[in-house]
Design a protein. Structure first.
Length: 396
């Protein structure tokens, strides 16, 4: 799937940087057709490594002088509204006829990304016919109340402005004892590995193996259609790399007689069904209950000899049973020479999400506290004014 990706804010820019790095080091991956980083902080843009300078857009210079919005997502939204034409100028350089969709990546806890990403999504949907997806990163619960409040506000807005909101929850992935920098670098790598495996499916170049059951961009778009929130599961097993058997291999379904002797059909089937279970029941990018999922997509990637149609079909039926959805798609993504068989599961239109309910509750409490603080401050001010008036009256 070909994407035009906009990394909005500090987290969005860093994840886009990782996506570009992933494309360069992963054979056969060509996910990012164009990448643009947008920020209100000049230092954050300067710290990026893979994004060309001409694709780095500094907004809000008249308001914040390149120093960022300081976790103020209302200001972030205002700046994005004011300078959306500057962002559009960079998007005008993107060969949109070559992309399947837009993807806007943003951390939902900060100010620039959480405020500006929904604004840009609304703008792009008004202009283009291609789908506009969001990839929102939720802050950890230990990052502070203002970030939780920002995330709750941004989530509600973002999910309504995009065609589908893919979510990654930092809280479910941060490990104890990690430094902030090390932790986020590792998390960003996990984000890119999972979503890169999903969006990379179906991108076949000349000389590549052709999948038995093709997963292309239309399958991904159909799974994400209908809006809502999505999460991704991922699992992989190491295998011995095997090369294609050439023309004879293609005629016999992707493996030669010698490979058939080495690889037992039941074993490859069981490996795939096991991977599907591990991907769906393991750590999702956003933990949720499988039941009630509206649509799902299963992608199995790896050396062609290890890709078994029966295993994929069993995995797809298992997902149908677990989710209760009749819209479960599945297919394979051959990667000759790979040392792993990997399974990516996209669950779209999920509803039973404890983290979102918790986030919204915390945000409500935080908002109530803000109102109480404002009321208390107002009362203290009124009392102070009243005391001053009494003192003045006593003098006369």
């Amino acid at each position: 799937m070909k994407l035009a990706i906009v990394g909005f804010g500090q987290a969005g820019g860093k994840i886009l940087d990782k996506f570009l790095e992933y494309d360069q080091r992963t054979s056969g991956s060509d996910v990012v057709r164009a990448g643009i980083a947008v920020n209100t902080a000049k230092a954050d843009l300067m710290g990026l490594e893979e994004i060309p300078n001409e694709n780095r857009v500094l907004i809000g210079q008249s308001r914040v002088k390149g120093h960022g919005v300081g976790a103020d997502n209302e200001l972030g939204a205002e700046v994005a509204e004011e300078d959306v034409d500057e962002i559009q100028n960079s998007i005008d350089q993107v060969p949109v006829h070559e992309v399947d969709a837009f993807l806007i990546i943003a951390g939902l806890g900060g100010g620039t990304g959480s405020g500006g990403a929904p604004v840009l999504a609304k703008h792009l949907k008004r202009i283009y016919t291609e789908p506009v997806y969001g990839l929102g990163v939720l802050p950890g619960s230990d990052e502070g109340g203002i970030y939780t409040l920002n995330a709750a506000r941004s989530f509600q807005t973002f999910v309504h402005e995009v065609d589908n909101l893919l979510v990654f929850d930092n809280d479910a992935w941060r490990q104890t004892g990690e430094s902030v920098q090390t932790g986020y670098d590792e998390i960003n790598s996990k984000i890119v590995k999972r979503f890169g495996a999903l969006f990379g499916a179906g991108e076949v170049t000349s000389g590549d193996e052709v999948a038995e059951s093709v997963v292309d961009s239309s399958e991904i778009i159909n799974t994400l259609s209908g809006g809502g929130v999505s999460t991704v599961g991922y699992a992989r097993d190491a295998v011995d790399p095997v090369e294609s058997g050439g023309f004879l291999s293609k005629l016999t379904g992707g493996r030669s007689d010698s490979l058939d002797n080495k690889l037992d059909s039941a074993q490859t089937t069981n490996r795939i069904t096991s991977l599907v279970r591990k991907a769906a029941l393991g750590r999702l990018t956003l933990p949720c209950e499988l039941e009630g999922t509206e649509r799902a997509l299963l992608v199995i990637a790896g050396p062609p000899a290890y890709l078994n149609r029966k295993g994929i079909e069993r995995g797809r039926k298992w997902l149908e049973e677990q989710t209760g959805s009749m819209e479960v798609r599945g297919g394979d993504y051959p990667l000759s020479g790979s040392g792993h068989v990997a399974g990516a599961v996209l669950l779209s239109g999920v509803t039973n999400i404890p983290r979102i309910k918790e986030l919204q509750q915390v945000a409500v409490e935080a908002q109530d506290n803000i109102e109480e603080i404002r009321e208390e401050s107002g009362q203290k001010f009124d009392d102070l004014v009243s005391d001053d008036e009494d003192e003045i009256e006593s003098l006369f």
